[in-house]
Write a protein that binds this ligand. Structure first.
Ligand code: GLA
Length: 739
């Protein structure tokens, strides 16, 4: 393997592969100056840079340096108060009571084996190299190690920082960002994803304003309000044009990704733990590790950026055990029966699951002691004796005897005030003394920073999983945190609770997924309230939204697809009218919105299943037959207008191309529409299934494929139409002729 990281004698560092180069150097003052992040360079140690010692009449000069100012110097890990006025990566209080730290290069090393972060998820190494730069504040004996990892075949780099207090006095950390990236002056846009419950992943693009744009969370989860993913784009970037710089985090708690346009029009990207309300006491001799940040680069628009992310997340983030495993089709009891579940009902639904040909029955909420609605019982993870007299292990065995897999729902991090657990351990919740705790969905959050709480949850879940008949766990989390404080921490460490909660959660997840490597875990937080790479490091898939109306889900999946490969997503055919927005749609379109998700299923009542049985059987047969295809292929957004969406999915071997087309509202006299496919072999022939049509790859890409027409009423024979008027969908399947 050729070296991925090179260093010159005068301390210029380059991380470089076929997709990108990342270059920085040590200045005469010992400052890490950023030089380049972008397209791959064949001689990366030799980039043309501005003279940094230029007379600028307004800029402060750095610690006696002649004409050297940090105000206009792109840096790798900037601090505050030594001539840079932008928001800093590191900030805190030192033993003198002031906030001035000055970090200078001390040494570096390169390692082949990627170091795992202690107590936090981190991307797997594989063919990679990691550069570790040590910075030091000599006065306060604060050491910061910056970790940079580059992989041989990914357009992504990883960064994190590790603090170590080598002094004799405590240091209080307030900003401890994982990464800082100072992009040069330019005309940028920001792409980010915002939302709320059942409306996640709305894409917004805005011109980078003067000042600071921040996408963040102070809710205790990464949240649906702002997903921890922000891309800085060359203005006007499209799917296939423009320089794009994406940033995300392997973290599921309070995060911040900010982009600051400084006085010199540069763009500083900071990513890490949200400094708002964060405060960490670093005792002498102690370390603090930040979460890992990831940056991806594409010089050819958003499609390539997404491809980099998708390949990287599959290869280096989600659990390897399930990477290439087709997901089971399933029937989930939630929108089929809500809390109205008991053993007989579940076994009836299991029979229905067999009739419609799915692989797995998932028992959602409502199975544990006293849980008949959402006001009670979270925390008491034993089967309700009246409704589930045989208990969960026996029920699981009965379901499995029908030839199905068995899955079950937990919401481990929560407790209802009306529960045996809360009665016994009122101190086990996140709370502050002498204040009434605010509720969310009638529940309180357990204090996962405590090891006794972690152990309790491990034992409760283990008691059920150890029967050996549980194939799948849906791990839910249905509220944001309030009154965040821990009875187990001293007064002066209360503001560490949120991050310690995450460390506790990751520890618990690590224990459980290590003990049960074959159980498929699905991450859920009222849908997408914690849909991030931290959770996906432990769980191969996630429930992206409680919104199952297919039209609303188009923008949720389309938005999420900018970062996430769809093989981390699950979808089901839910009821119509939809229970969240009341929209009436066909079974077909309800299925099609999730057609490229890896895990596909149904959550319909027995009566609904009866009414639509033939269709449901057909779609579940299709889901089963294509389960392997939906793992590891390439997803592309090929069309998006106010009224249309088209997605392309190409299987791993390129032999099958699926093209899903959605037409939202019908209207008379619509124009003829086309979709242009991408990534095909230009000289191969592709056969359109269920037709006698064959097209050359270049024709499908350059000239495009005519989309079906939308018509109600009279139709011309031989013309391809959408089945419905409003909310219609169509799936094309092309097979490569020599495939
Ligand atoms: C959350 C989940 C749903 C369902 C319910 C059960 O809302 O997102 O899918 O599991 O909880 O209470």
């Amino acid at each position: 393997m050729t070296a991925l990281i090179t260093v010159s004698d005068d301390l210029t560092f380059a991380l470089s592969n076929a997709h990108l180069s990342y270059v920085f150097r040590v200045s005469a003052e010992g400052i890490l100056e950023h030089l380049h992040f972008g397209g791959a360079l064949s001689d990366p140690l030799n980039v043309a840079v501005h003279h940094r010692r230029t007379i600028r009449h307004v800029a402060s000069t750095f610690q006696g340096g002649k004409h050297y100012s940090l105000s206009d110097t792109p840096q790798e890990y900037p601090g505050f108060g030594t001539s840079d006025y932008r928001f800093p990566a590191v900030h805190g209080r030192n033993a003198h009571g002031n906030t001035i730290f000055s970090l200078h290069y001390k040494k570096h090393k390169i390692v082949k084996e990627k170091p795992r972060l202690k107590k936090l998820p981190s991307a797997r190494g594989g063919e990679s190299e990691t550069l570790i730069i040590t910075l030091q504040d000599r006065l306060h004996k604060l050491r910061v190690e910056l970790y940079y990892t580059i992989w041989a075949d990914h357009g992504v780099i990883a960064r994190s920082a590790k603090f170590r207090n080598l002094g004799k006095q405590e240091i209080q950390l307030q900003h401890a960002f994982s990464s800082a990236l100072d992009l040069p002056s330019g005309d940028y846009e920001i792409q980010h994803f915002h939302g709320t419950w059942a409306r996640e992943f709305n894409e917004e693009r805005i011109d980078l304003p003067q000042g600071r744009f921040v996408s963040d969370s102070a809710r205790g989860t990464s949240s649906a309000a702002h997903n921890p993913y922000v891309a800085v784009l060359q203005k006007g970037a499209t799917e296939d044009y423009g320089k794009c710089y994406g940033t995300t985090l392997l973290y599921s708690g309070n995060f911040a990704i900010s982009v600051e346009k400084g006085e010199f029009e540069d763009a500083r990207v900071l990513a890490g733990i949200n400094p708002f309300n964060f405060h960490w006491r670093l005792k002498p001799g102690k370390n603090f590790c930040t979460p890992e940040a990831l940056h991806a680069y594409s010089g050819e628009g958003l499609r390539k950026l997404s491809h980099h992310w998708h390949r990287f997340i599959r290869a280096c983030v989600t659990p390897e055990r399930f990477r290439d495993v087709p997901r089971p089709t399933y029937l989930n009891t939630w929108e089929a029966a809500y809390f109205d579940v008991d053993e007989d009902k579940v076994l009836d639904l299991a029979d229905k699951a067999v009739e419609i040909g799915v692989d797995m029955l998932v028992l959602d909420d409502g199975w544990f002691e006293g849980r008949q609605d959402d006001t009670t019982s979270l925390g008491d993870w034993r089967a309700d004796k009246a409704r589930f007299p045989s208990g969960i292990p026996a029920l699981a065995a009965k379901v499995k005897a029908k030839g199905l897999k068995f899955g079950i729902w937990f919401e481990p991090e929560m407790v209802n005030p009306r529960s045996q657990l809360f009665e016994k351990h009122p101190d086990w919740i996140l709370h502050v003394p002498d204040r009434v705790s605010s509720l969310g969905r009638n529940q309180l959050t357990l204090d996962l920073s405590r090891s006794d709480v972690q152990d309790y949850l491990y034992n409760e879940i283990d008691a059920i999983l150890s029967c050996g008949d549980v194939d799948y766990v849906k791990w839910d989390m249905n509220r944001n945190m309030t009154e965040v404080g821990s009875a187990a921490l001293p007064r002066n460490r209360q503001r560490e609770t949120s991050h310690r909660y995450m460390l506790g959660l990751y520890k618990l997840l690590d224990r459980l997924t290590t003990a049960y490597p074959d159980v498929l875990f699905e991450n859920c937080a009222s849908g997408g309230n914690r849909f991030d790479l931290g959770m996906l490091s432990y769980m191969p898939q996630g429930w992206i939204s409680d919104m199952c109306d297919p039209i609303a889900r188009l923008s949720i999946i389309g938005g999420a697809s900018h970062l996430f490969p769809l093989d981390v997503t699950a979808a089901y055919i839910g009821p119509s009218p939809n229970h969240q927005n009341g929209r009436v749609t066909s079974v077909k379109t309800r299925f099609m919105a999730g057609v490229f998700c890896a895990a596909r299923g149904v959550s319909l009542s027995e009566a609904d299943i009866e009414t639509h049985k033939d269709e449901v059987i057909d779609y579940m047969a299709f889901a089963k037959a294509t389960a392997d295809d939906m793992i590891g292929g390439t997803f592309d957004r090929v069309k998006k207008t106010a009224n249309e969406v088209a997605w392309q999915y190409t299987t791993r071997d390129g032999s099958t191309i699926y093209l899903a087309y959605f037409h939202i509202l019908s209207a008379p006299n619509l124009p003829f529409r086309r979709a242009h496919l991408v990534g095909l072999d230009p000289s191969a022939d592709y056969h359109l299934e269920d037709s006698d049509e064959n097209y050359r790859g270049d024709a499908l890409m350059q000239s495009g494929m005519p989309m079906p027409q939308v018509a109600v009423g009279e139709k011309t024979p031989g013309v391809r139409y959408m089945d419905d008027g409003d909310f219609s969908s169509h799936l094309f399947v092309f097979r490569r002729a020599d495939g």
